[in-house]
Design a protein around this ligand. Structure first.
Ligand code: SF4
Length: 252
């Protein structure tokens, strides 16, 4: 089978595995309960109510790593960051930075395409109060690792929020990130973990051919409504990423 087809099939298989996952009893119970009970304004809609597959361009150079689906956003619509305010903010920003074909993401069949960008999450099921347990994050990690093994063109990772930032670095520091460098050599070249602090706009070049790490505050309604994260602040991060991806010296 040609490599290109097999890689896309593998990615599709991975998403099917995600969708049928029941590893975390607490989250299975919660996502189904939310889907059954629904928010009043969505009573006439059928909720997705399952783990969320990733969304985007399989040839992406930019990987966006979020936290988890929202109860009445992704858990309702079945697409990452779709159907709520944080998604409105994110996709408008991606559209303005020319990573998305349209500024809105409303449903799985609204025609939206991402260009050079792929969105995934630290956790695929909605957690109660938006707070996953460390064990739930750990259970979901193998899906992200498999995804990273398949997305070979990724050169930049944008972590949305501290949990996503920590999820990404944990993979690297525990030697789980699939890198051309051997795990042992890579870990010995890494800076102390404490040197990589989370801050909006932070950017870290990492050794061993790893993608460059960018950080942004999460576009949660809490952050965007209070002005902690503004469209301009988010655009500045995307502009930096674009500049990096266009530069001839793209490796860390
Ligand atoms: S959070 Fe991840 S590991 Fe847990 S049930 Fe959902 S998809 Fe499975």
């Amino acid at each position: 089978m040609p490599e290109k087809i097999s890689f896309r099939l593998e990615l599709e298989r991975l998403q099917q595995d995600v969708i049928s996952c029941t590893r975390c009893p607490r989250l299975v119970h919660y996502r189904e309960k939310v889907a059954r009970e629904k928010r009043r304004m969505y009573q006439d809609q059928e909720y997705w109510g399952r783990p969320l597959p990733s969304f985007g361009d399989p040839n992406a150079e930019l990987l966006i790593l979020g936290l988890a689906p929202a109860a009445h956003g992704g858990n309702r619509t079945g697409r990452m960051f779709t159907g709520d305010r944080s998604g409105d903010f994110l996709y408008r920003g991606l559209y303005e930075a020319r990573f998305a074909s349209q500024p809105e993401s409303i449903s799985r069949d609204d025609g939206l395409k991402l260009r050079g960008c792929y969105i995934t999450a630290s956790l695929r099921c909605v957690p109660p109060a938006n707070k996953p347990t460390p064990e739930e994050l750990r259970q979901c990690r193998p899906y992200l690792i498999r995804e990273l093994q398949l997305l070979k063109r990724v050169r930049a990772v944008l972590a949305l929020g501290r949990i996503a930032f920590d999820t990404y670095l944990r993979l690297i520091y525990e030697g789980l990130w699939p890198t051309p460098d051997s795990t042992e050599r890579l870990v010995s070249k890494l800076p102390p973990r404490s040197a990589l602090g989370f801050a909006h706009g932070a950017c870290y070049a990492l050794p061993g051919g790893l993608p460059r790490l960018f950080a942004s505050y999460h576009p949660s309604q809490q952050n965007t409504q209070t002005g902690k994260l503004t469209p301009k602040m988010f655009q500045n991060v995307l502009r930096e990423i674009r500049r990096y991806l266009r530069s001839p010296q793209r490796s860390s």
